[in-house]
Design a protein around this ligand. Structure first.
Ligand SMILES: *Cc1c(COP(=O)(O)O)cnc(C)c1O
Length: 451
């Protein structure tokens, strides 16, 4: 058989998520209250998150059972296939074997519903009626809208205003799944009104939208807040991706030499690689694990490991992470999902401990890779996913030079069907790279909170 696609049966779907916290080489530094500099009191977070998710956020249990109701929804599209990219291998004339885990087959088209469904379920179970969130290009908002609609929850999404104006299709998708959308900054919150008074044309940012969603949440009793990346419980829910991949590779008799994923807040990468890391942390595996980010927002390759806010206005607790500073607004690259100033604390710790490593690629190089992938494998990658594919191709080319038969596996985090305008820009030669925003980052880092 020259072409391989490994499907697991529904019965083979993992029954528990893998929690990496007890396996970490060091304790994860706790979130701090910016007012006291001390670890956050649980009731502070209890105002915005349900109890079950807070418990998962700090759990010492290595395995956490996936509730039946969540498994049932997962089975709408899970287990997802693992493909061998035979045509891409041929085009690259590489002896490497390239596999990709296809998370684009979910209804919203990415890995994001893996956590959205779990979060909607736990909130519903605790009597919450309404979930508030933010979204950049709309991928997270559409995943949460999809999940809330299934569980009968109201979904309120603050969408970064430039995306709301320039990318109507994800907004329409969210509305199709019954969500209410506000372009952010909005007239709906004090913070939004203040920003609009200062500048009616404020284009918005993810950090601003987070601040608005949290303000909306705490101003009402029936609502909780939901985050699509960064936090430990989000990464936990995404481990279903890596657990399935591990089983699929075992069936093939394969062991990965290189694992690759793109990194915004870090959730698809984490979910994909964590199940492979327990051995590596104990020194029993030498798998090379690479997270890929855009050069326009180089959190992993240029950010210091410091305590910082998760949002722009400073409403969230301080998280110890690699960060470009909460004031940093990245250039408007097409991979909207990779434009975040910070990074999941667990992923940050693992980079700091050199268990995983990072690379940064410019968007034109990422799109060049996306075109080769679409022209060989057919599937059209999301701009975010294309960053991972760039490094997959570079690693496979190295194998061709050294004649090494490595096994390279990457996470195909989502499809690019709503990003065709970016593909068009590339075809017309209009796609540009941004210089590394060194001065803006330096200014932003000066404003890191001092402890
Ligand atoms: C949101 C998104 C990402 C980036 O978010 P992570 O939390 O880093 O995974 C990557 N790929 C796709 C397709 C996305 O929608």
């Amino acid at each position: 058989m020259s072409e391989i696609k490994i499907n697991l049966s529904e019965k083979e779907m993992p029954l528990a998520w893998y929690n990496i916290l007890p396996d970490l080489p060091e304790h994860l530094p706790p979130p701090l209250d910016p007012r006291t500099g001390k670890p956050v009191e649980p009731q502070v977070l209890g105002a915005i998150f349900p109890e079950a998710l807070l418990k998962q956020e700090m759990s010492a249990e290595p395995w956490i059972e996936i509730p039946d109701e969540v498994q049932q929804v997962y089975s709408m599209w899970r287990p997802t296939p693992l493909h061998r990219a035979v045509r891409l291998e041929k085009a690259l004339k590489t002896p490497a074997r390239i596999y990709f885990k296809n998370e684009s087959v979910s209804p919203p088209g990415s890995h994001k519903p893996n956590t959205a469904v779990a979060q909607a379920y736990y909130n519903k179970k605790e009597g919450v009626k309404r979930l508030c969130t933010e979204t950049g290009a709309g991928q997270w908002g559409s995943a949460l809208a999809f999940a809330c609609n299934l569980f009968g929850l109201e979904c309120v999404v603050y969408m970064v205003k430039v995306s709301y104006q320039q990318k109507p299709y994800r907004r329409i998708l969210m509305q199709t799944w019954n969500a209410t959308i506000y372009p952010s900054p909005s007239q709906n919150t004090n913070y939004g009104r203040k920003l609009l008074k200062e500048n009616p044309d404020n284009p918005g940012s993810l950090g601003i939208a987070i601040s608005e969603a949290i303000e909306d949440t705490v101003s009402r009793k029936d609502s909780k807040y939901s985050l699509g990346s960064v936090l430990n419980h989000v990464l936990l829910h995404q481990t279903i991706v890596g657990l399935e991949t591990k089983k699929q590779l075992e069936i093939l008799g394969e062991k990965p030499d290189i694992l690759i994923g793109c990194v915004g807040g870090g959730s698809n990468f984490a979910g994909f690689v964590f199940p492979f890391l327990s051995e590596k942390i104990r020194g029993k595996s030498s798998v090379d694990v690479i997270g890929v980010e855009p050069t326009a927002c180089p959190t992993m390759t240029k950010g210091p490991y410091r305590y910082d806010f998760g949002d722009t206005s400073g409403m969230t607790p301080l998280l110890k992470m690699l960060t470009l500073g909460h004031d940093f607004i990245p250039p408007g690259i097409h991979a909207g999902g990779l434009r975040y100033h910070g990074l999941a604390p667990i992923v940050s710790l693992l980079i700091n401990k050199k268990i995983i490593r990072a690379e940064a690629v410019p968007q034109t190089k990422a799109f060049e890779a996306a075109f080769l992938f679409a022209r060989t494998e057919g599937f059209l990658p999301a701009p975010e996913t294309s960053h991972a594919i760039r490094v997959v191709i570079d690693e496979a080319k190295k194998c061709a030079e050294t004649d090494e038969e490595k096994c390279i596996v990457f996470n195909f985090s989502g499809h690019g069907h709503f990003d065709l305008a970016a593909y068009d820009a590339y075809l017309q030669g209009k796609l540009q790279d941004y210089e590394y925003p060194e001065e803006k980052i330096r200014q932003s880092l000066e404003k890191l909170p001092k402890l």
